[in-house]
Design a protein around this ligand. Structure first.
Ligand code: HEM
Length: 230
């Protein structure tokens, strides 16, 4: 990571270390914050376009809760239970790995001995699709979350898309709210159609693993604005 010459010229060593440290934090925030939310929104829109009846159900909930003349706001999220269920279902289906962690000491985890200094990768994708926990795990079924209480903010360990504990995602509350707001606004404000000749049945839903789990073939859609009453 290079810092331009004009910035480091004439600075003392501690000053330079500080610069590197803060620059590292900036880069962390951009890398970790930029890709995650849009990727989740893309998967959610793809699933909703594959299941138009669920898109209609989500819009009906918003219309019923807010009427036709108010845009979705952050304060509306607690009332939009189906929207929350969609976000949880997307987190269950399309979360990749947590960041790598390292065991500080030897630990016993569910009968497995993890030696000190082992690097641990938590596979959230596999956790989300574990058939001993989730019924019909590969199916997009937000309704499953209407009957059970699962908090995805790091307290219910069957679903931890932001991680949990001391190294949990520091952008969690921002990401969590943005997901609901963006998705709610998109559902409320536009009619959606698939582009590029794709149909709900033939849509390519393959995945591409990076730091986030991306859609291998980007979603191509046509959006028609719906006029809110004002
Ligand atoms: C839907 C949105 C997001 C998801 C699903 C998400 C998920 C995650 C996950 C799983 C981790 C690793 C936690 C672990 O290994 O235990 C993480 C770390 C991190 N996230 Fe997020 N994140 C999101 C949004 C954001 C945003 C908006 C920001 C910043 C503005 C952000 C900043 C970070 C940073 C800096 C780390 C590294 C923390 C560390 O190393 O201790 N994230 N995130």
């Amino acid at each position: 990571m290079d810092i331009p010459r004009a910035i480091w010229r004439g600075r003392t060593k501690p000053e330079l270390l500080k610069l590197y440290y803060f620059r590292g934090i900036d880069i962390d925030l951009v890398v970790a914050g930029v890709d995650t939310t849009p990727t989740a929104v893309e998967w959610a829109m793809a699933e909703l376009l594959r299941h138009p009846e669920k898109m209609a159900k989500a819009r009906a909930e918003i219309e019923q809760a807010l009427g036709m003349d108010t845009k979705v706001r952050e304060s509306d999220i607690p009332r939009l239970h189906y929207l929350q269920a969609i976000v949880k279902e997307i987190a269950r289906l399309y979360s990749p790995f947590l960041l790598p962690h390292k065991a500080d000491t030897e630990v016993d985890l569910c009968g497995f001995k993890i030696p000190k200094n082992t690097q641990i990768m938590v596979n959230m994708w596999a956790m989300g699709r574990d058939s001993s926990v989730w019924q019909d795990p590969d199916r997009f079924e937000p309704e499953r979350f209407l009957d059970i209480e699962v908090d995805i903010r790091g307290t219910d360990f069957e679903l931890i898309p932001f991680g949990a504990g001391r190294r949990t995602c520091p952008g969690m509350l921002l990401g969590y709210r943005m997901l609901h707001l963006i998705l709610g606004s998109l559902i409320q404000s536009f009619d959606w159609e698939l582009g590029n000749g794709e149909t709900p049945k033939t849509m390519d839903m393959s995945e591409k693993l990076g730091v986030t789990l991306n859609k291998a073939k980007p979603l191509y859609v046509i959006a028609t604005p719906i006029k809110l009453q004002h």
